[in-house]
Design a protein around this ligand. Structure first.
Ligand SMILES: NC(=O)c1ccc[n+]([C@@H]2O[C@H](COP(=O)([O-])OP(=O)(O)OC[C@H]3O[C@@H](n4cnc5c(N)ncnc54)[C@H](O)[C@@H]3O)[C@@H](O)[C@H]2O)c1
Length: 359
């Protein structure tokens, strides 16, 4: 049974809303974790959860993750997330999305939604017909469009910061970088790496994804799978597929000095961050380096400007370096340092809202 009110202070969610509309078949849960920095922003996941409790556990976990990600991205936004229970291929329809939009609107801006697994910009355009609190719409509606552009850019900045820390130079020229998963984020990362003069080796379970990269970059090496990639002679490992890429077996086989990639939830279980540190592998925390996407869609709230969003995403370089420094100073792995820095900002900046503004 999921503990809705949380077992520790950090796990407490401010608000959890269950939404149902019988006619359209909508069953959704919106979780707002923390609004110390601003409205909770996070995407809507449309997924065929096997049970309501699995959906609830996921949305609580994801909403908390967004509080930390948004805090470290320097945004005036808190953490929130939503799930719609169902198979997007069969269950998604206009009425359902609009009904969902009305529930988002009913929260009065405490939660701002965006795309996630199973939802796309076109869905956000439909939800936006019922709610003002939507980002990640398509460019035709003034939206930020495909967030993988700045996600990949941000991962690249995090990788440059990691190279600076390990090699004393941010350049990846001549380094051998292994990219697991060359989908929306991974293939853009390959572009940036090649422009910087890195050697790139990739793997992907989808032959089409591999083909797309090889068409533009025939020089890129392809290996069979993640096991071969992580066991090969690479300097940097960039997980850009699904979560859990760093498990015990992978960490013990890894020859890279740096792990920095776009995938969410890369650490398969708590404790992996320590194993990486013990093996002398620098881990750039996933939610720090992959925050370019949320920076891109958050910018839409002000009226989207790609150059402004890009310069904000460029700051991921400094944030990553700062986290490495805190980790060294406090003798903790970077993942722990990142959490501490996020909590510090939520507490310090969140506190100023207590200053009385007058009538
Ligand atoms: N798109 C964004 O803006 C964004 C933002 C933040 C985080 N992320 C995270 O980045 C990761 C990639 O996102 P995306 O948008 O590129 O998704 P995507 O679906 O476009 O790409 C994922 C790629 O990984 C491949 N893949 C799946 N399993 C694999 C395996 N076992 N080995 C090798 N390749 C495998 C898929 O075939 C696909 O090509 C996800 O974890 C996502 O949550 C994405």
């Amino acid at each position: 049974m999921t503990d809705v009110f949380g077992s520790s202070q950090k796990d407490v969610h401010e608000q959890v809303v269950f939404c149902a509309d019988e006619q359209s078949g909508l069953r959704a849960i919106i979780a707002i974790h923390n609004t110390a920095l601003g409205p909770g922003l996070g995407g809507t996941r449309f997924y065929p959860y096997e049970s309501e409790s699995a959906a609830l556990a996921d949305v609580l976990n994801l909403a908390k993750g967004m509080s930390y990600k948004n805090a470290l991205a320097g945004l005036d936004l808190g953490g929130g997330k939503a799930v719609i229970i169902g198979d997007p291929a069969h269950d998604k329809n206009e009425a359902l999305l609009r009904a969902y939009g009305r529930f988002v609107q009913s929260l009065g801006g405490r939660y701002v939604t965006a795309c996630d697994v199973g939802t796309y910009s076109e869905d956000m355009d439909i939800i936006a017909r019922e709610s003002r609190y939507v980002t990640g719409r398509s460019p035709a509606y003034g939206g930020a469009g495909d967030s993988s552009i700045l996600t990949a850019f941000g991962v690249f900045q995090g990788m440059r910061a990691s190279a600076e820390r390990v090699y004393g130079t941010p350049s990846l020229h001549g380094r051998r970088v292994g990219v697991e998963g060359v989908g929306k984020v991974g293939h853009r990362l390959v572009e940036l790496l090649r422009e910087d003069g890195a050697e790139v080796v990739i793997c992907d379970v989808a032959p089409k994804a591999v083909e797309r990269v090889r068409l533009r970059h025939p020089e890129v090496e392809v290996v069979a799978d993640a096991a071969e990639l992580t066991g090969s002679d690479i300097d940097v490992f960039a997980p850009c597929a699904l979560g859990g890429a760093l498990d015990d077996a992978t960490v013990s086989r890894l020859r890279a000095k740096i792990v920095c990639g776009g995938a969410n939830n890369q650490l398969a279980h708590p404790g992996v961050e320590k194993q990486l540190a013990e093996r002398g592998i620098l881990y750039a925390p996933d939610y720090v380096v992959n925050s370019g996407g949320v920076i891109q869609v958050a910018d839409e709230i002000e009226g989207f400007d790609m150059e402004r969003a890009r310069s904000k995403a460029a700051q991921i370089y400094d944030t990553t370096l700062k986290i490495f420094q805190i980790a060294a100073d406090e003798g903790v792995p970077p993942a722990v340092a990142a959490d501490r820095l996020a909590e510090r900002r939520m507490s310090e900046v969140g506190r100023i809202r207590g200053i009385w503004l007058g009538r």
